[in-house]
Design a protein around this ligand. Sequence first.
Ligand code: CP
Length: 337
Amino acid sequence: MKHFITTTDWSQNELQNMIDEANAFKSGMQSNALHNKSVALLFFNPSLRTRTSFELGCWQLGGHAVVLEPGKSAWPLEFKFGEEMNGLAEEHVIEAAQVLSRYCDLIAIRAFPKFENWDEDKQDNVINAFAKYASVPVINMETITHPCQELAHMMAIQEQLSQVNKTHQKNKKYLLTWTYHPKPLNTAVANSSLLIASKFGMDITLLCPNESYLLDEKYLSLSKQNAEESGGSLQVSHDIASAYEGADIVYAKSWGALPYFGQWEAEKSIRDQYKHFIVDEEKMALTNDGLFSHCLPLRRNVKATDAVMDSNYCFAIDEAENRLHVQKAVMSQLITQ
Ligand code: CP
C-alpha cells in the first residue's frame, strides 16, 4: 500500500500520470472512483483551497469527506510514545489512526510545524505516525512539504508553457524567490517547489536574502539528486537582478530562517531588512517574458504587487484550480492501487 506523503516516493512518470489524469478531469472526465467510499480530512491548521478542493473532489468522485479539526471539533491528539498523557491530549494517534481506518478508505492530514524546534518539526512526526498506524493510504495536505501543491504547480506550468509554444518544462529557467512576510512561514511549499521543478528537469535558481534563508539540507540534496537524474540543475543566488535575468517561471514564497527556528524575535529584525524582495514589475521585466505564480494565500503588496498579481502572466488562480483536479487523480489512484 502506497501513501502520498512526498513526491520523493514517486517517479517522474508516475507523477506525470497523475497530472495526465488531472488534465482529463479538468476536461470533464467523470468518475465514480470513490463510490461508497469515505475520506477523513484532518486539519490541524487553517485552509481555504485545500479543504474546499478535497471536500468537493471527494464528492465529485462519488465519495464522502469527513472533516476533523483535532483540538477543536475532534479530541486533541498525542504523538509522543511511552509517556503519561497528562497534558491536553485526550487520545493517542495509535488509536485515532486505527479507528479512522475502520471507518474511512483514505486519511488526509494537514499538520504544519510547531515553529519551536526544527530538529523535531523536520521529522514530520504527525503524518508519519498516521502512516504507521493507519491501514489505509495517507495523503499529505501540507506538513513540511506540500505534494498536492507540487502537482497542481507542475500541471499549471505545463499548461502555460504549451500556451506560449514552449512545449516542455525541461531546462526552462525556474526561479524560486524568497519574499518578505511579517510572520515566519512554513518552508513546505518552498521545499516542494524545488522537489517538483528538479524532478521535471528544470534549471532552478533558489533566490534568498542570505545563507540563513537556505532551505533544509535534506531538500537541497534531494533536489540536486533529482536534477542529476532529470537533466536539470540547481543553483543558489542572493543577487536579485541576476537571479531574475532570463527566468521563464518565477515562483514566490516566504519562509522563516531555519537557524533562528524558535527564536523568531531575533529573526524578525533580519527579515525586516528584506522587504525589497517583493515581486514587482521591475523585477519581472528582467525575465524572459516570464510567468509568475504563488501557491496562495498571498498578501498583496507585501509578497507581490497588485500589478504582478493582476497581470496576464500570473497563473496563481489556474494553479489553485488545478488543486481540485490533481487531488481527484491522487485519491482515484490511491483507492485503486
Ligand atoms: N495553497 C494552499 O494550500 O492553500 P490553503 O492553505 O488555503 O489550503
